[in-house]
Design a protein around this ligand. Structure first.
Ligand code: UT7
Length: 345
C-alpha cells in the first residue's frame, strides 16, 4: 500500500461571545427573518478586543492534539509541520503559523500560512498531505482560523450577517492509503478573473499603506453576493464530482458531504447537484455563520461530535472562496473523537 496522510485528531475553537440575529438587527437595518430565510444563519461568534486569529488557532490546535492523544496517538513532540490557513493573519508579516507552533511548544518545526480564503483549509490539507506522502513531514497540524469580524464594514448589514470568527484543526499522521482517515485525493482549482468578487482592496502592495486613510470603504472586506452564490454552487459541485471520479466513488456511494458553510441555500443546491438527500449535507452555519478557513473543520468537529459523521462513512470535503478558489478531498471517516469548543451551544 502507498503512504498517505491520515486524519487522527480533530479540534475546534470559538470566541466566548455569540451575536444573535436579533442583536444584529438592533444595530443594523436587518431582521432575524431575513437572515434566517436568505442564509440559514441564526448566530455567529466574534472575538473580543485584544484577541487575534492565532489565539483561536492555538486553542483549536491544542484540542486537535488532545483528540489525537485520546485516539492513542503519540505525543505532540512528533509534530513536524504546522500549516495555518487564514486570510486574517495576526499581522501582514510574518505568517501566523510559526507563532502558533511556538506557543504550542512544538520546537523548531516547519510552519507556514496558506491564503486561499474559504478554500484555505482544503488547500492546506493538500499541502500537508503532499509533504507527508513525499516524506518531507511525518505528522502535521493543519489549522483553519479566521476572524473576519476584524475586517468587516461595521455598517454592512449583509457581510455582518454572514461572517463569524472561529478555528478548527486536524492532526494528520503518516499512514497507509487503505486506512480509515486517509486523504484519498484532491481536486484544486482557481480563477483569478473573479478576484474582485471577494476582496479587501487596500492594505496590500496594489493599494499600499501610505499613512493616509484608504479610499472610502477600501479597508473593509467586500463581496458581490449574488455572483459568488452562483460560482460557489457551480464550483463546489463540479470539484466534488471530479474528485469522486478520481477516487472512483459513484454519486450513490457517497454518505456525507462537508461543504464550506456559506449559506444553507448553497449547501442544498450542491447536495442536489450531487444527488444527495438534505440530511447527507452537514450543516452547522446556523450556530457559527461563515467562518471562512475554519468553516470545514468546525463543521467536521460538530458533525462528528453530534454523531452525524460516523466511522466508515464515505465523506467528501469541498470548499469555495475568494481568489476565486475551490477544492475537494475525500476520506473514509475514521474513529476520531473531536475535542470541541465548549461555547458551541
Ligand atoms: O464564503 C465565501 C463564499 N461566500 C458566499 O458563498 C456568499 C454567497 N452569497 C450569498 O450567500 C447571498 O448572495 C447573500 C446572503 C450574500 C445575499 O443574499 P441574496 O438573496 O443574494 O440577496 P441580494 O444580495 O440579492 O439582496 C436582496 C435584497 C437587497 O435589497 P433590494 O435591493 O432588493 O431592496 C439587499 O439590499 O436583500 C437586501 N439585503 C438585506 N436585507 C435585510 C441584503 N442583506 C440584507 C440583510 N438584511 N442583512
Amino acid at each position: 500500500m502507498s503512504r498517505a496522510a491520515v486524519l487522527c485528531g480533530l479540534g475546534s475553537a470559538l470566541p466566548a461571545t455569540a451575536v444573535t440575529n436579533e442583536e444584529l438587527a438592533a444595530r443594523l437595518d436587518t431582521t432575524d427573518r431575513w437572515i434566517r430565510t436568505r442564509t440559514g444563519i441564526g448566530q455567529r461568534y466574534v472575538i473580543a478586543p485584544g484577541e487575534a486569529t492565532s489565539d483561536l488557532a492555538v486553542t483549536a490546535a491544542e484540542r486537535a492534539l488532545e483528540s489525537a492523544r485520546r485516539g492513542g496517538g503519540d505525543g505532540t513532540d512528533e509534530v513536524d509541520l504546522v500549516i495555518v490557513a487564514t486570510s486574517t493573519p495576526d499581522r501582514p508579516c510574518p505568517a501566523t503559523a510559526p507563532g502558533v507552533a511556538h506557543r504550542l511548544g512544538l520546537g523548531k518545526v516547519a510552519a507556514f500560512d496558506v491564503a486561499a480564503v474559504c478554500t484555505g483549509f482544503v488547500y492546506a490539507l493538500a499541502a500537508a498531505a503532499s509533504m507527508i506522502t513525499a516524506g518531507a513531514a511525518h505528522r502535521a497540524l493543519v489549522v483553519g482560523a479566521d476572524t473576519f469580524s476584524t475586517i468587516l464594514d461595521p455598517t454592512d448589514r449583509t457581510t455582518r450577517a454572514i461572517f463569524g470568527d472561529g478555528a478548527g484543526a486536524v492532526v494528520l499522521r503518516a499512514g497507509e492509503a487503505d486506512e480509515p482517515g486517509a486523504l484519498l485525493g484532491f481536486d484544486l482549482g482557481s480563477d483569478g478573473g473573479g478576484a474582485d468578487l471577494i476582496t479587501v482592496r487596500a492594505g496590500g502592495s496594489r493599494q499600499r499603506a501610505s499613512g493616509l486613510p484608504p479610499a472610502e470603504g477600501d479597508q473593509w472586506f467586500a463581496m458581490e453576493g449574488r455572483s459568488v452564490f452562483t460560482e460557489a454552487v457551480i464550483n463546489m459541485s463540479e470539484s466534488a464530482q471530479r474528485l469522486l471520479d478520481r477516487v472512483g466513488w459513484k454519486q450513490g456511494e457517497l454518505d456525507k458531504v462537508v461543504a464550506h458553510q456559506a449559506n444553507v441555500r448553497i449547501l442544498h443546491a450542491v447536495g442536489e447537484q450531487l444527488g444527495l438527500e438534505q440530511q447527507q449535507i452537514v450543516v452547522n452555519l446556523d450556530r457559527v455563520g461563515n467562518t471562512v478557513a475554519a468553516s470545514i473543520p468546525l463543521a467536521m468537529a460538530d458533525a462528528a461530535g453530534d454523531g452525524d459523521l460516523v466511522p466508515g462513512q464515505r465523506v467528501v470535503l469541498t470548499g469555495f472562496g475568494g481568489g476565486l478558489t475551490w477544492g475537494s478531498t475525500a476520506l473514509i471517516w475514521p474513529d476520531v473523537e473531536p475535542v470541541r469548543a465548549p461555547a458551541h451551544r
